[in-house]
Design a protein around this ligand. Structure first.
Ligand code: CA
Length: 361
């Protein structure tokens, strides 16, 4: 019985292959779906660029070659900060960047990248996937013909690179610093001037003195840009970006034109890319930090407690102001803060208490 079934199946497989050779296979090959992915990162840049590459590779592999996504680095097809518009108008079907880069267009989107003194990477993923965050994000991008998805996370970032010590909040006064999103608004409140520059322009801007200070990501990425050659002090913690979610944006029309299984593949590839990036940073940061300290003699400093306290106060003001812009921002803020409150209570007796116990000298 079993043997007969096997022969039957083998037969139908042969038949399918035969049919393919006489036409079906050729037709399928012609229908291969080709997508472009534009990114805000330099091509193949460690962590961010490779994260975008991984998203494309996952789609290509899981689709069994029915889809092919080609990745473009910043400026190859469109400039770094035009990714959102390019995918919205359909110049590319897919984009990889971060929601806070488009704050001039959609301010509320910043909640979906990172909030100063807000959620960590793990908490962001909890809120986005299971706490209602992603539904809000989709609603926000719908008028632009875009479907957003978490497409990576940097984990905890560093405070940034400075050429002078930060001993009090007044040391931030007059400082021209590259710092995006809500963190930039916090710096403004401290008397500094935030500027937003694509990653690829940071090193030259800092070295030439166009900016006085910069933050970028964390040791793995900052080492790759050689920022230690242009600044003396490397401050922590990155209060302004405690676990930044990168975004994958999908052109809605292109997405809806896909068969159901390929739609599922695209969305699941985003989930894979989201987790894989965080894992990569978790794995690479320790060695990069060691290289920065031991080989390049970088002076690692922590912000004084009172500086952090003032920055936290400014952060709360900035985030509340954003929440009061309109009714939708208020809904997102309320959802975010409710989730964070619960997470803090649970976190106090789980991760926080455990790490303190584990790492006691
Ligand atoms: Ca950053």
């Amino acid at each position: 019985m079993k043997r007969r079934e096997f022969i039957k199946r083998a037969g139908s497989t042969t038949l399918a292959v035969g049919a393919g050779m006489t036409g079906v296979g050729v037709a399928e090959a012609k229908e291969k779906i080709k997508w472009k992915m534009v990114t805000t990162w330099p091509k193949n840049f460690p962590g961010l660029g490779t994260g975008a590459n991984r998203l494309a590779e996952s789609i290509n592999e899981m689709s069994g070659g029915r889809m092919h996504v080609k990745v473009y680095g910043a400026k190859e097809l469109v400039p770094a900060f035009e990714v959102f518009d390019a995918v919205s108008r359909g110049t590319a079907e897919l984009g990889h960047g971060a929601a806070y880069y488009w704050k001039g267009k959609i301010e509320t989107g910043q909640f979906f990248s990172t909030v100063p003194f807000g959620m960590t990477a793990q908490e962001m993923n909890g809120w986005l996937y299971f706490g209602g965050g992603l539904e809000f994000w989709r609603e926000l991008y719908k008028p632009f013909g875009l479907i957003p998805a978490p497409g990576g996370n940097t984990g905890m970032q560093m405070g940034g690179w400075f050429n002078k010590e930060i001993n009090s909040v007044s040391d931030l006064k007059g400082l021209k610093m590259r710092i995006p999103g809500l963190g930039g608004e916090v710096l403004k409140r401290a008397g500094g001037t935030p500027v937003n520059l694509p990653g690829g322009e940071l090193f030259t801007s800092l070295q030439s003195g166009t900016i006085d200070a910069t933050e970028w990501v964390n040791p793995y990425n900052d080492l790759a840009f050689g920022l230690f050659k242009a600044a003396k002090y490397y401050y922590y913690p990155g209060f302004h970006e405690p676990g930044t979610t990168l975004e994958a944006i999908i052109n809605q029309q292109a997405f809806e034109a896909l068969p159901r299984d390929l739609q599922a593949i695209v969305l699941n590839a985003c989930k894979i890319a989201n987790q894989a990036m965080l894992s990569e940073y978790t794995a690479r940061n320790p060695a990069a930090l060691k290289t920065l300290v031991e080989k390049h003699k970088v002076d690692i400093r922590t912000y004084p407690d009172d500086v952090l306290e003032t920055l936290r106060k400014f952060s709360n003001e900035v985030v509340e102001e954003l929440a009061n812009k309109d009714a939708f921002a208020k809904k997102v803020y309320t959802s975010y803060m409710d989730f964070l409150k619960g997470s803090r209570e649970w976190g106090a007796i789980s991760d926080y208490s455990y790490l303190q116990a584990r790492d006691k000298a």
